[in-house]
Structure formats: C-alpha cells, structure tokens
Design a protein around this ligand. Structure first.
Ligand SMILES: [Zn+2]
Length: 497
C-alpha cells in the first residue's frame, strides 16, 4: 500500500511538473517557443521552451507547453533567445560622466537630462541590476527609484569603509572630507588630522559595518590603494583592520568588496581572503615593463591563491580602455552613443572645456605614446583575466562606470564595451554570460531572486535576436528588456530627440 501511494504520488508530481501545468494568470506574460539560456552553476544547456511571468515573478519555465488561462500577453519567441537580466556589480551612478562639481553647477540642464536618461541607458544595454560601489544618500536612491524605468539598484551605504585620509578620502577637501565619508576607519597615525568630534569608538570596523548594514547596503566597500601621481604613499589598511571588516561584514550578512588594482593590493587582500576584488590586477608594479605574453611567477602565485580561495575577481577592463580613449576623438564620435547620451551633453563632451581631464592626464604626450602605454597595461590586465578564466577563477562582471571624471565610461554602453573586452581577453562566451548573471547574483547574495531564469525569481530578463553563447554581438541585439515583469521594447529606452 505504501509503495503504491509512493508511486501514485511520484506520478502526480511528475505530471504536475511536466505536463499539466495549470496557470491562472491575472497580469501574465507568456513567452513561447524561445531558446532559454540560463544556468545555476555555470554549465549551459540551452533548449527551446516556454516561460511564464505573473506580475513581477517567473511562475513557469520549461520545455513543455504550459496550459494557461486568465489574463496574459503572449510573445512568440520563435528564433529568439532569452537570458537573465545582466548585473553590473561595480558602478557609480551618483556621478555625471566627465563633470566635476563646478561643471554641474554651471550646466544644471545637462545634469538633469543626463540623470533622466541614465537609468534607461543601463537598461538599453540589458543591465537590469546595478550595484553602486561608492557613497550614496537616501535622497539620491529615492530620486533614482521614482523614475518610471530603472534597473534595480543596490548599494554599499553612505560611504565606503576608507582609511582616514587614505584613498579615496584624500581627494575631497579637508573641510568636508569627514562628512562625505562618514564610514571612515580611524587609525592612530592620522589622529592629528581627524577633527575632534569624530570618536575612535565610532570608527572601528565593527561600528562602521553596523552603520553600513543599517543604511540598507548589501555589501561593504573598502580600499587598498597607496595612490598615484601627486597623491602617493597614502595610509593603507592593516591586516587586522581588513580582517575586522571581513568578519564584521559576514556577521552582518554583508559581502566585503575591496578596491585594488596593484600586485601589492591583490596579494594583501588575497592573503586576508576578502570576498571580492573590485578591480582587475593591471598595476604590475616592478613587473610593469615585462613582456605582455607571460605571467611573472609572483603574479601567478597570487592568482593561484585567488582561485583556490574562490575570491571574486572584477576585471573592470573599461577603466584602462576608457582612460586611454580620452586622448583622441574616436570614442566620442561613435554613432551608438547618440542612443544613450542626451544630445546636448554629447555636444558638450566635444568642447574644449570638457577636455580638462584629458589635458590633466596626458599633458603634452602624443596620441601614439598614450595608446602604447595604455595598451601595455591593458595587455597585462587581459593576460591575468585569461589565466583566471582558464583555471576556473571566479569572474564577476563589473565595469566601474565611471572610473573617474571621464566621459568615456557611459552608462550601459560601458557594460557592452566591457563584455567585448572580456571576449578580446579570450574569456569564453559562456563564462562571460555567467559572470554577468549567476556569478554576480551569488557573490552578492542576490541569487534567491536574481541571476537565473527559475520559478520564484524576479522576472528580469532579456530577449535577444542572436545567441550570446555564439556571438558577443548578441548583447547589442536585444529586442526586449523585461524588468520586474514589465516588457520594454529596446527602442523605447533610447534618448528621445
Ligand atoms: Zn569604483
């Protein structure tokens, strides 16, 4: 009797799962006969199937045709491909690309046009989730979220856990440095340069992480950066501070992601065992002039340890590419930019005034020299990325949009550029897709609702005219973006004239 019941039960479950899916929808979307490309573990087995959305969630995904009743819209997916919405785990959406504060004050209309378009530009290139890795206010979060079409925004609180007077605090004038970075870490060596009203007890890793947690953050951002150019030899976190930040982050259910792009930084943070490196390793320090076709042993050993510990590695190849692109007009004249940058701002970028940072950076260097220097750094960055990819490192898609006050890292477009650069570094297409979906979702503890196409997850997905496992151009062949169950035609996300 017991056996018979088990058999009956098994048959019932089986049939329910595979054959007689009965879905009564109120606000449904049914995408039929579409190639479904999704993974929970990095292995892809695309198949032609069906996906059903009710309100903002996925209620069915599978090979068999579901039986549906009620109110729903049907989309014929014949010849199309669907993937989960992309996640960029390193952006700064609080910035206006290419502008400092005084530019923003001078051109409030350009700022407004930029901020109105910016969320749509991320969506235009398929980014349905962005993680802001710099300080953000509640006001800014609200002004972003009240816009009609926006990606899902996650953040790291009112500021990162920076070392007092270290990177990036040092770039803010002393008068408001501490107000702007309320989550700085107090270090004795800086005591004389910290205003009295800030008490050491409020700026320990424990107190800081607690505040970050209470601000609704999903991660803690910290920094290992000794500086560059005029600002070098900056104070750095000690091992005990970084370990404290890591343990407190975990105790609060947060993830620790740390800025570092140098060998010293990557090696220090790998040793501590932080969760995520927010940049690739392109500053090879004493190895900076070695040939670009093989990895020095010391770098290889650091990477092997990253792989062994499965520390998330965020390539951010567009940092180097974007900075180098400031030297000439090739970038700014690309026709594709007209779809994502408001016209007036695009015109301003072409003016003398907007070239201030390029002049600062390059001085009198000629175009060829600049391309050569940046090309060398990028070749090193790509070699590291390829090594990690070939040896099962944990690659997390992230762009650092924008990495500085530069107009060459544009919302959405920069993500597409990053995807193409990863391809150029010889990362296979399946790993590129996983890095921007399931890997990021898992690394930032968002995988219960994001990162794959599965029942119960949020309906954030892209419908493409090309197969992203066969062709990197698929990321520029998006037909429709679905965010929280809402279907948007790609052309509706473009800049309006
Ligand atoms: Zn950044």
């Amino acid at each position: 009797m017991k056996n018979l019941l088990t058999i009956l039960l098994a048959t019932f479950l089986f049939s329910c799962q595979d054959n007689n899916e009965q879905l009564n929808l109120k606000e449904g979307v049914y995408i039929s006969n579409v190639t479904i490309i999704s993974t929970e573990d990095g292995t892809y087995s695309p198949y032609i199937g069906h996906l059903v959305i009710e309100k903002d969630g996925i209620v069915y995904v599978g090979k068999n045709e579901p039986s549906i009743s009620g109110v729903f819209e049907q989309i014929d997916g014949t010849g199309k491909f669907i993937i989960p919405g992309l996640i960029d785990s390193h952006v700064h959406m609080t910035e206006v690309q290419g502008m400092l504060q005084h530019h923003k004050e001078k051109y409030p209309d350009l700022v407004k046009e930029f901020n109105d378009q910016m969320p749509r530009s991320y969506l235009y290139y398929g980014f349905t989730t962005i993680i802001n890795l710099g300080g953000i206010s509640d006001e800014r979060i609200n002004s972003f979220n009240i816009q009609p079409l926006t990606p899902d925004l996650y953040h790291v609180g009112y500021s990162g856990a920076a070392i007092a007077n270290g990177y990036p605090m040092i770039y803010t004038p002393e008068e408001y440095r501490f107000e702007i970075e309320p989550n700085f870490i107090y270090v004795e060596s800086q005591a004389e340069h910290i205003p009295d009203k800030y008490k050491p007890a409020d700026h320990t890793p424990k107190a800081v992480v607690k505040r970050i947690k209470n601000s609704g953050a999903i991660a803690v951002k910290s920094y290992y950066e000794s500086g560059f150019g005029r600002m070098s030899n900056l104070p750095l976190p000690t091992k005990s501070i970084m370990t404290g930040l890591l343990n407190e982050s975990h105790a609060n259910g947060l993830v620790l992601t740390v800025h570092a792009n140098s060998l010293a930084g990557h090696s220090f943070l790998t040793d501590v065992g932080v969760d995520i490196l927010a940049h690739g390793l392109w500053n090879w320090e004493k190895y900076k002039d070695v040939p670009t076709d093989s990895l020095p042993l010391e770098i290889k050993e650091t990477l092997d340890l990253q792989i062994q510990k499965q520390i998330g590695y965020t390539p951010t190849l567009t940092v180097i590419e974007g900075e180098g692109a400031l030297v000439d007009t090739v970038f700014i004249n690309q026709p594709a930019l007209k779809k994502v940058i408001p016209k007036n701002l695009l015109e301003w970028y072409k003016t003398e005034e907007a070239q201030w940072f390029a002049k600062d950076l390059f001085g009198e260097s000629n175009v060829e020299e600049v391309h050569k220097i940046y090309g060398n750094i990028q070749a090193h960055a790509m070699l590291v990325l390829k090594y990690l990819s070939d040896h099962n490192g944990l690659i997390l898609f992230g762009t650092d949009t924008p990495s500085g006050p530069i107009y060459t890292n544009q919302p959405g477009y920069n993500g597409y550029w990053e995807l193409k650069l990863m391809k150029k570094a010889e990362v296979p297409l399946n790993k590129i897709l996983a890095s921007a979906t399931i890997n990021n979702a898992k690394a930032f503890h968002l995988d219960s609702s994001l990162g794959s196409l599965a029942i119960g997850k949020k309906a954030n997905l892209l419908m493409m005219a090309k197969n992203p496992l066969m062709d990197i151009e698929a990321y520029d062949a998006i037909d429709k973006v679905v965010i929280g169950g809402k279907i948007i035609k790609r052309e509706d996300l473009e800049v309006k004239e």
